[in-house]
Design a protein around this ligand. Sequence first.
Ligand code: GLU
Length: 550
Amino acid sequence: MDNLTMSQLLFPSIDKTAADHEAAYPPRELKEGAKVTRFAPSPTGFLHFGSLFAAFIAAKTAGKDGVFYLRIEDTDKKREVENAVAGIVDGLKAFGIAPSEGALGNGEETGDYGPYTQSKRTSIYQSYVKELVEQGLAYPCFMTEEEISAVREKQEAEKILPGIYGEYAIYRDITAEEAKKRIDKGEEYVVRLKSPGKPDGRISFKDEIKGRIEMPENILDVVLLKKDGTPTYHFAHAVDDHLMRTTHVTRGDEWISSVPIHLQLFRVLGFKSPKYAHIAPIMKEDAETGGKRKLSKRKDPEAAVSFYAEAGYPAGAVNEYLMTIANSNYEDWRRANKTESMDKFDFKLSKMSKAGALFDLVKLHDVSKTYISTLTADDVYSAVEAWSEKYDTELHSLLVSDTEYARRIFSIERGNKKPRKDIGKWSEVKDYIAYFYDELFDGVRGWAENVSKEDRDLILKRYAEIYDPSGSAADWFPQVQELAAELGFARSPKEYKQAPESFKGHAGDVAGVIRAAVTGRLNTPDLYSIMQVMGADKVKERIEQAINIK
Ligand code: GLU
């Protein structure tokens, strides 16, 4: 009877029962085996790479058949940052990670299992705490900050488990009568779990990533509701993941140590516990020590998701990279399935790194080059146009001044069996296409050393005479070979190698001179295609300009 009086005393205005909530959020009707996952950030700042990775893992775990939702864990109002929710939603969206339920970032939400913002769920949590109090499984604790610190100091001195439990849980058996007296006097209290844990008890659970883990059972009378009646992370996690029917909790492995509390909460609440998958942090090779450390918001620019947008790594490429670090067998799969959607890959939590995958910018760049090489010229054009509008207005105005020209540039050696992998990020495009635009062309960057200045001028003069803009691709190189022979060069490297002393070089060297004159570079994509796109006037002008320069 006392428990009932106590629950009425603490929660006079809570009239909904746990059963009411159960009925309001029934089990989801999904395909057999479909998974329900969530990303549950606190709105305390902007999205960083580690959280993007966690959201990506949650989304991939749910896959097409499951549900992936966004829950905002804003129980700590002191740490909240303005507009953080919008930042998180936009951040996910920018990488194509789309929760199917939850906060939308504009104060609204979508989905049948909400509210998805913890500050809007206070009365739900209180209904459950009320029932725990009624069952004698939770109690009000009036300890002051000072009393708690004194307990902690004593425990530290005695080198025993710190916290409120056993003999330190002085309000464990408080009567409703005494609680009322204190409340009437205006004393503040939290509501604690009356932990059923035994000091020598052990728990064991199978983590979907880390495997079986055994730990001491929880014996702490953890706080369920804070003084202001809002829940702690632990309690809100249990109630929300139950009512939102989460099947797989994917989260950072800093939460592993809390699993004994969480499993106990699920048990006392009579909930089936979800499966846990604890994600190891993304690691980084430390240039200073040579060792490994966590990717750091302070030290590593790539820890901020804005880094990828600014550098112009396409979202698709970042996704490819995320999957590469998520499952190391992905790269092999991708090599064998170059054009398949990533969704066809059988992502497995069990294949994730237990210790933490290594972040590698060089690798990201490579992955991105391969990804970009699979895009169509139109897609590249659109992406570069959008990127440059924000980050490089000079490039942007050149592109839009003649979109057809730009599209033709991007189509060079694209769409074929072995597309070139020249571009890793959009910020490289300007330099890559600079020679197509007089405004960007910075002249000949250097000549190949094996052709003398005299021969170079000769080659250019003669080429200017024979250059035929209407010539076909098939005729182009044979013409260069003719020219090579005429000027004392071999027609091929093979011919040259047979008698190096008889030649000045070979046709490749001759083409190299033309290439350097037209583009300023020693290496470019197919020169014939470049000249076709550039047009005869510009080609001739470049050759004229190049004759006689040192
Ligand atoms: N709000 C928690 C955090 O920000 C979420 C942990 C979880 O996913 O359960 O880390």
